[in-house]
Design a protein around this ligand. Structure first.
Ligand SMILES: Cc1cc2nc3c(=O)[nH]c(=O)nc-3n(C[C@H](O)[C@H](O)[C@H](O)COP(=O)(O)O)c2cc1C
Length: 194
């Protein structure tokens, strides 16, 4: 089993990174192979709807020569995709949004003259999010968007771990959040093994 973690926080020592730590430790305890990709360290151009990617049904085929190709390869080789992001203006951060747009075209060959395949069909996709509002008001729209994204892309939506940040003056991480993170990793491992 392989897990590809796409990390959308700009803060290497931020809340989302802290929430991911026990999740990753749990994967390691179960010998689950994983990749952590920091999206702010990558060059990710926004999709311009040129549809060059629609001419080749076998691979990504995007006309840009940036880091999205390497992420595409990583996703193709994995079983579970994890979108880890702080919520910014009710959605994910900009590099993750740029990547989601690049992948919805590059992976789904739906937009050419004929309807083609979804190259990532059947993979699981999960969310690990942190937000300032209560989760049901902070991360709800992102979750809904991703649920639809999964349905459209023939991915299996595997659920969301979300924790609230009470502000810069308070300590974000605690034992309860760490336990939620471990349990979420265990849940994903179990779901994928069945
Ligand atoms: C530019 C910006 C926009 C934000 N927008 C939202 C938002 O729409 N909803 C929300 O609940 N929290 C919002 N937040 C709060 C962050 O989601 C929260 O502090 C998060 O835990 C930060 O994670 P990080 O430390 O990994 O960056 C925003 C924070 C920033 C900096």
């Amino acid at each position: 089993m392989k897990v590809s973690i796409l990390m959308g926080s700009p803060r290497k020592k931020g809340n989302t990174a802290a929430l991911l730590e026990p999740f990753i430790k749990e994967l390691e305890q179960h010998y689950v192979e994983h990749n952590l990709i920091w999206l702010y360290d990558k060059q990710l151009e926004p999709c311009i709807a040129c549809r060059v990617c629609q001419k080749d049904w076998t691979t990504f085929a995007c006309h840009y020569n940036d880091d999205a190709q390497e992420i595409f390869d990583n996703i193709i080789a994995c079983d579970i995709i994890v979108l880890a992001t702080p919520i910014y203006s009710w959605y994910c951060t900009p590099p993750m949004k740029a990547l989601l747009d690049r992948l919805v075209y590059g992976m789904n060959k739906y937009y050419g003259d004929k309807m083609g395949p979804a190259l990532w069909a059947g993979k699981q996709l999960a969310i690990v999010a942190t937000c300032g509002y209560r989760p049901e008001k902070g991360a709800d729209l992102f979750e809904e968007g991703i649920k639809r994204y999964c349905k459209h892309s023939q991915l299996q939506y595997a659920g969301m771990l979300v924790e609230r940040d009470l502000g810069y003056q308070s300590v974000f991480m605690d034992a309860e959040k760490a336990q939620h993170s471990c349990l979420f990793a265990q849940k994903l491992i179990k779901q994928t093994c069945i």
